[in-house]
Design a protein around this ligand. Structure first.
Ligand code: NAD
Length: 411
């Protein structure tokens, strides 16, 4: 298995396909994308010169529904990265019970170098040149480098092209243009709902202590809900450092502190620790919510948490997971724990298609039902087959996709 994210995704696919007893033809079908699109478009910059941008969109498998998911504007975007993420989204949608296929794409660009006008022109140009799009075809959402703002422009461009309103054609758009409530908190809140269920299952709920690595869009929301839920968050870290308080950190106040100061470092009432110490603390639940590959074969043997919940994508490497399993430390995998964002994107599409817009209690209530079901289905399969929860999530996802592929008569 190489470092290429596509190799990692395909490795997991093959392992899970074996465990699921998948028809080899279905495995073959799922091992390549349905289509990849690489295209270029010219755009006039503010100073008058024309720049040619390269863009991608990958459609992996649409057995369960139309393609859907993020758009990256990053200067190091690769086609393989889009392929890996499109495959992951195919699995994640299936795990989350979402009737959608996996799509991913974006533009090779550093958005930080663009003016506001250039960013708007780029978002609109991407939409104009994207070969296949629409509510029943492919629904691009936001990802790294894109935001509610870019998605609003993309929706407006799409509607200008087709000549009618079509709010379900774009996800992660502002509520003022028919977006959904709850987008900002969806992933972190979803992790919280999974956490609540998992600590009950593993008998950790009473006086449960938690460590959260990462205090960004996902980690900060989760940490706030943990504090409000009465759990004891004893340490938190970000890229600048980490903090510890044995009696617990008030993460609602910490959130305001981070908004003002830019980091968790030096939050009053805490003592500084290193990011290594953070991960290796004596704690009930460890939630990596920052970046990939933070628990590796280098530090897996030092992890003392009783349960790991992957809020980030791929924070535990496959080798490390085997070591954790050997030490009886279960891992709730990313495809389950952080599927909340994808679930609320599906709610956004439902609202756009019906033109009936939900209040926040309905969004939260439905999110809780959907993600708790995804977690329970995964835990049940893991128990029945005596396999890891990651393998169980992939097995369930692949079997659901296989059933659709076969009934459609594709293989
Ligand atoms: P973010 O950029 O908002 O926040 C990342 C946080 O991690 C920041 O606090 C940052 O300081 C910290 N961090 C970065 N590098 C670090 C390092 N080397 N060591 C310690 N801390 C570090 O990102 P986010 O949107 O919160 O996403 C976090 C993770 O969750 C990513 O893996 C992302 O792919 C995944 N994820 C995010 C969403 C979403 O809706 N935002 C959905 C699914 C998965």
């Amino acid at each position: 298995m190489g470092a290429n994210p596509l190799d990692t995704a395909l490795y997991t696919l093959r392992e899970a396909a074996g465990e699921a007893g998948l028809d080899p033809k279905v495995t073959e079908l799922l091992s390549t994308p349905k289509r990849t699109m690489e295209f270029t478009f010219p755009m006039r910059m503010d100073k008058g010169e024309v720049r040619i941008f390269t863009a991608y969109r990958v459609h992996w498998c649409d057995a369960l529904g139309g393609f859907k998911d993020g758009t990256r504007f990053t200067d190091n975007l690769t086609l393989d990265e889009c392929k890996a993420l499109a495959l992951w989204m195919t699995i994640k949608h299936s795990v989350g019970g979402i009737p959608a296929g996996g799509g991913k794409g974006g533009v090779i660009v550093d958005p930080g170098e663009l003016s506001e006008w250039e960013l708007e022109r780029l978002s609109r140009s991407y939409m104009r040149h994207l070969p296949l799009k629409g509510a029943w075809v492919d629904v691009p959402g936001a990802d790294i480098g894109t935001s509610e703002k870019t998605q609003g422009w993309m929706l407006d461009e799409y509607e200008s092209i087709v000549g009618f309103h079509s709010p379900a054609a774009i996800n992660d758009k502002p509520t003022a243009v028919s977006g959904t409530l709850g987008t900002d908190e969806a992933t972190g809140l979803g992790v919280y709902y999974v956490f609540e269920q998992a600590v009950k299952d593993f008998d950790l709920a009473e006086g449960c202590s938690v460590v959260v690595q990462g205090f960004g869009k996902v980690g900060s929301v989760l940490a706030k809900y943990l504090t409000e839920g009465g759990y004891k968050v004893i340490a938190v870290g970000d890229i600048y450092g980490a903090i510890h308080a044995a009696d617990g950190i008030d993460c609602v106040k910490l959130d305001q502190y981070v908004r003002d100061s830019g980091s968790v470092v030096d939050f009053p009432g805490t003592k500084p620790i290193s990011n290594h110490e953070l991960l290796e603390m004596e704690v009930d639940v460890l939630v990596p919510a920052a970046v990939q590959s933070v628990i590796t074969d280098q530090n897996a043997s030092k992890i003392k948490a009783k349960l790991v919940i992957e809020a980030a994508n791929g924070p535990v490497t496959p080798d490390a997971e085997k070591e954790l399993q050997g030490n009886n430390i279960p891992v709730v995998p990313d495809v389950v724990a952080n599927v909340g964002g994808a679930i609320v994107c599906h709610f956004e599409r439902i609202q756009g298609l019906t033109d009936e817009y939900w209040d926040i209690d309905r969004v939260r209530g439905q999110l809780k039902d959907w993600i708790t079901r995804a977690y329970q289905n995964t835990a049940a399969t893991a128990g029945e087959k005596n396999i890891s929860m990651r393998m169980a999530a992939w097995v369930n996802a692949l079997q659901k996709i296989e059933a659709s592929v076969k009934k459609r008569g594709w293989v």
